[in-house]
Design a protein around this ligand. Structure first.
Ligand SMILES: Nc1nc2c(c(=O)[nH]1)N[C@H]1C(S)=C(S)[C@@H](COP(=O)(O)OP(=O)(O)OC[C@H]3O[C@@H](n4cnc5c(=O)[nH]c(N)nc54)[C@H](O)[C@@H]3O)O[C@H]1N2
Ligand SMILES: Nc1nc2c(c(=O)[nH]1)N[C@H]1C(S)=C(S)[C@@H](COP(=O)(O)OP(=O)(O)OC[C@H]3O[C@@H](n4cnc5c(=O)[nH]c(N)nc54)[C@H](O)[C@@H]3O)O[C@H]1N2
Ligand code: SF4
Ligand SMILES: [Mo]
Length: 674
C-alpha cells in the first residue's frame, strides 16, 4: 500500500515567549514526528530541546496520558481511581456543585487555573462557565507576574503594550533585565539577540547562557535592581543623555525625581548592588547611546519589592525618551489586544457573578477551612507542584470534605488529591489560536490527531459541565469554529482559519510597530507617570524608590528558583528522556559561600527555613552571585522519592509590595551539609 505522507503546520501554545511554528509529519494519518517549522520566523526548523523530546515523547504515549474520566477510590493524595463515563462524571460533579451553590453559595467553590495551555480558547473559554457559576477565582497572575502588571499600570496605563521585537533593527542597545531567554525564550536567545545590530546588556544575579553571550553582564544581588536603575539614571543625567524635551512634554514627576538622583552615584550603586561602579557607568552610556529596548523579565519582579523594582527600571526609557520611535521601547508582555484579539469576548464578563478573587499566596491557608471552600477545581495548573506552602497545601487538599476536580493531560501531584480527574486533550488534538506574547505574531493551532482515548479539550469539558448544571446561556455552548471565526474577524485576517493553517503564522501588522506611537500613553493623564497619584492613592510611594533589600544575615542565602531549560513550569518532568537530561536536583552556590559553609561540589545538603526543608546536591559556581542559592523550579514532588517535595516546599508565599503577587525569588534559606 502506498504511504500517504503529509506535513501539517501548527503552533506551540506553551507559556513561552517564542510561540514556535511546528511541523507535524503524518504517515497514513498517524503522527510520525513533531518538529520545528523550517519556514517559521522563530523556530526556523527547530523546536527547543525540551519540546523536541516531550512532543515526541509522553504527549504521544497512550500509556502515560490520561484517557478516561476517573473517580477516586483511594485516600486523598494516594492517586487511586476507577474509570467512569463522561456522563457519570459530569452528572456527579454537577450534582455536588449544585448542592454547594444552594447550601453555601457558589463562592464556596474555589477554582485555580493558569497557563498549562495558552491557546486562546482552551485558556479562556472555561471562564465563561466559571463566571456564570459564580465560583471564586484564584487570581492566576499572582503566582507569576502581577507585581509587574500593577507597577506598569501605574506608569504607562498598561503592561501589555510592549515594543515590537522587529524594531530591534533600529536599536543601539538591548537591555535584558531579570529575564533568562536562554531558558525561557530559547529562540530569542539563539536568533533575536545574536542578530540584534547593537549592544546587549543583561542584568541578573545569575550568569546564565544569555548573560554569558552578552556584551555586558551586571551581576547584582537579588532585590537591588531599583538601586542599580537609580545609579544608571544618575549617570545618564550627568552625561546629558536624557531627553528633556520628552520629559517635559510626556511625563509627570521628573521635577520630583531629578533631585533624588543627585546622591545615587555609581559608587553608591556599587555598594548597594555589588556591581562595579565602572560597569554601571558603561552600561548607562550604552543604554543612553541612542534608541534602546528594555526587556523587563518576570524574574526581577518576583522579589518582595518587585513592584517598586519595575517602576524604577521602567523609569529608564522615560528619562531617555525611548518611546514612539523606531528601535525604542519597553517590553513586559505583548497582549492580544494589540493584534485585535477581543479578550472580553473570549471570557464573556457579562456572565460574571463572581466574588472577589484570592491571591494564590493565600490559597493553601484558605483551603484549610470548609467555611472558605467546599470545592476546589483546578484546570491548566498543577498547584501542588507550582504553588507556595507546598506541605500546607497538600495537607489542606487532603481534607475529605473538600470536593476536588482536576483537569489535566497527565496524572500529576495535583490529580493525586482529586475526587474526579478529567482527561484533557493535548494541543495536537483540537483547533485553536495562539497569540505570541513577545513577537506580534498570530498563529493557528491545528488539530493533527484525534483526542487520545476519551480526552476532550478544556472548552468541551466546560460545555458539558454547563449542560449538566442546566445552564442555558448560548455563550456557554458556542462552538470552537464560531469562536475562531469571530476572533479572526477582529484580527482582520483574510482567508479564514484554513488559510491561517496553511501559512501557520501571520503578523496582523505587517510593519514593525512603534510603541505608543504618537506619544499616546494609556494612563489617565496620557503621560508616563513617573510620579503616580494612583499609586499613592493605593498606599504606595508617589515616586519609585531607590532602596534595595537588606541582605540575608546569619549565613542565610537568597533562594532563586527560575525557569529550567528542560522544563516548562511544572510540565515535562514526567518524560523519562527529559528526566534523564535534568539529572539529580541541585542547588548552585558561589564558591565563596561554599567555602564559608564548608561545602564541596557534589556534597549533599539540606536547605531549610521556617516553611520547609529539601535535600539537594550542591553545584559550586561563580555563575551565581555570592549570597545566592539557585535551584530551578518545576520538578514533580511525586517523582522526588520519599520527600515528595520540590523547591516550593521552602516557599512561604510572601507577597510582593504590589498586586499580592509571588515573591518566590526572595525566599531565604539556611544551607547545611547532610
Ligand atoms: N519556586 C517557583 N515556583 C514557581 C515559579 C518560580 O519561578 N519558582 N514560577 C511560577 C510561575 S511564573 C508560573 S506561571 C507557575 C506555573 O505553574 P503551573 O500553571 O502549575 O504550571 P504549568 O506547567 O504551566 O501547567 C500546569 C498543568 O497544565 C497541564 N496542561 C497542559 N495542557 C493542558 C490542557 O490543555 N488542559 C488542561 N486542563 N491542562 C493542561 C500540564 O500538564 C500541567 O500539569 O508556577 C509558578 N511557580
Ligand atoms: N524553559 C522554560 N521556559 C519558560 C518557563 C519555564 O518554566 N521553562 N516558564 C514560562 C513562564 S510561566 C514564565 S513567567 C517565564 C519566566 O521567564 P523569565 O522572565 O526569564 O523568569 P524567571 O525564569 O523566573 O527568572 C529570570 C531571571 O530572573 C533572575 N532574577 C531573580 N531575581 C532577580 C532580581 O532580583 N533581579 C534581577 N535582575 N534578576 C533576578 C533569575 O536569576 C533568572 O535568571 O518563562 C516562560 N518560559
Ligand atoms: S516551549 Fe517555547 S521554545 Fe519550546 S517549542 Fe514551545 S514555543 Fe518554542
Ligand atoms: Mo509564569
Amino acid at each position: 500500500m502506498a504511504v500517504n505522507k503529509e506535513i501539517l503546520k501548527t503552533t506551540c501554545p506553551r507559556d513561552c515567549y517564542d510561540a514556535c511554528g511546528i511541523e507535524v509529519l503524518r504517515e497514513n494519518g498517524k503522527i510520525i514526528s513533531v518538529r520545528g517549522d523550517k519556514d517559521h520566523f522563530v523556530s526556523r526548523g527547530k523546536l527547543c530541546a525540551k519540546c523536541q523530546i516531550f512532543y515526541n515523547g509522553v504527549v504521544l504515549d497512550e500509556g502515560v496520558r490520561l484517557t478516561q474520566p476517573l473517580r477516586r477510590v483511594g485516600a486523598k493524595g494516594e492517586g487511586r481511581f476507577e474509570p467512569v463515563s463522561w456522563d457519570t462524571a459530569m452528572s456527579e460533579i454537577a450534582a455536588r456543585f449544585g448542592h454547594i451553590v444552594e447550601a453555601n453559595g457558589p463562592e464556596n467553590i474555589l477554582h485555580a487555573h493558569y497557563t498549562g495551555t495558552c491557546s486562546l480558547i482552551a485558556n479562556n473559554f472555561p471562564m465563561r462557565f466559571l463566571s456564570r457559576l459564580g465560583a471564586r477565582e484564584v487570581e492566576p497572575d499572582t503566582v507569576c507576574n502581577m507585581a509587574g502588571h500593577v507597577a506598569l499600570g501605574y506608569m504607562l496605563g498598561t503592561s501589555v503594550h510592549g515594543f515590537d521585537p522587529r524594531t530591534v533593527k533600529d536599536s543601539k542597545c538591548v537591555l535584558v533585565w531579570g529575564a533568562n531567554p536562554s531558558a525561557s525564550a530559547p529562540h530569542a536567545h539563539s536568533h533575536w539577540l545574536p542578530e540584534a545590530p547593537c549592544s546587549v546588556i543583561v542584568v541578573d544575579p545569575v550568569r546564565h547562557a544569555t548573560a554569558e553571550a552578552a556584551d555586558m553582564h551586571l551581576q547584582l544581588f537579588p532585590g537591588s535592581d531599583a538601586a542599580l536603575a537609580f545609579a544608571m539614571m544618575h549617570v545618564l543625567k550627568r552625561e546629558n543623555l536624557i531627553d528633556r524635551e520628552f520629559l517635559a512634554a510626556h511625563t509627570i514627576g521628573w521635577d520630583e525625581l531629578e533631585p533624588v538622583l543627585e546622591n545615587c552615584t555609581p559608587e553608591w550603586g556599587a555598594a548597594e548592588t555589588g556591581v562595579p561602579a565602572a560597569d554601571i557607568v558603561q552600561a548607562a552610556k550604552l543604554y543612553g547611546a541612542g534608541p534602546a529596548l528594555l526587556w523587563l523579565g518576570q524574574g526581577l519582579q518576583r522579589q518582595p519589592m518587585g513592584g517598586n523594582i519595575i517602576r524604577a527600571c521602567a523609569t529608564l526609557p522615560a528619562i531617555c525618551g525611548n518611546y514612539a520611535k523606531p528601535g525604542a521601547g519597553l517590553l513586559y508582555l505583548n497582549g492580544g489586544g494589540q493584534k485585535g484579539v477581543d479578550g472580553d469576548y473570549l471570557v464573556a464578563p457579562h456572565l460574571s457573578n463572581s466574588p472577589d478573587t484570592l491571591s494564590q499566596m493565600d490559597m493553601a491557608a484558605y483551603l484549610e477551612s470548609a467555611e472558605n471552600a467546599r470545592a476546589f477545581l483546578c484546570w491548566n495548573i498543577n498547584p501542588v507542584a507550582s504553588s507556595p506552602e507546598q506541605t500546607r497545601l497538600m495537607n489542606a487538599m487532603s481534607r475529605d470534605d473538600l470536593f476536588t476536580v482536576v483537569l489535566d493531560i497527565f496524572a500529576t501531584d495535583t490529580t493525586d488529591f482529586a475526587d474526579y480527574v478529567l482527561p484533557a486533550a493535548s494541543f495536537l488534538e483540537f483547533d485553536d489560536l495562539v497569540s505570541g506574547y513577545f513577537n506580534m505574531s498570530f498563529s493557528a493551532q491545528a488539530k493533527v490527531a484525534e483526542p487520545m482515548g476519551e480526552a476532550l479539550p478544556n472548552q468541551e469539558i466546560f460545555r458539558r459541565l454547563a449542560r449538566a448544571m442546566g445552564f442555558t446561556e448560548p455563550e456557554l455552548q458556542e462552538s470552537d469554529a464560531d469562536i475562531i471565526d469571530t476572533i479572526m474577524k477582529g484580527v482582520g485576517t483574510a482567508g479564514g482559519f484554513e488559510a491561517l493553517k496553511a501559512s501557520g503564522t501571520l503578523f496582523p501588522n505587517p510593519e514593525p510597530q512603534m510603541q505608543f506611537a504618537g506619544y499616546k500613553f494609556l494612563t489617565d493623564s496620557g503621560k508616563v507617570e513617573i510620579a503616580s497619584a494612583a499609586a499613592e492613592a493605593d498606599g504606595h510611594p508617589r515616586l519609585p524608590q531607590s532602596s534595595s533589600d537588606t541582605r540575608p544575615g546569619g549565613g542565610r542565602l537568597r533562594l532563586i528558583s527560575p525557569a529550567s531549560e528542560w522544563l516548562m513550569n511544572d510540565s515535562y518532568a514526567n518524560d523519562p528522556k527529559v528526566e534523564k537530561q535534568l539529572g539529580a536536583a541541585t542547588v548552585t552556590i558561589n564558591p565563596r559561600d561554599a567555602e564559608a559553609h564548608g561545602l564541596a561540589a557534589g556534597s549533599r545538603v539540606r536547605l531549610s527555613n521556617g516553611t520547609g526543608s529539601l535535600e539537594l546536591d550542591v553545584v559550586v559556581s561563580d555563575r551565581v552571585a555570592p549570597g545566592v542559592a539557585m535551584s530551578p523550579k518545576g520538578r514533580w514532588p511525586r517523582r522526588a522519592g520519599k520527600e515528595r517535595a520540590n523547591v516550593n516546599t521552602l516557599n512561604p508565599g510572601q507577597k510582593t509590595d504590589m498586586g499580592e503577587s509571588s515573591a518566590v525569588h526572595g525566599v531565604e534559606v539556611e544551607i547545611a551539609a547532610i
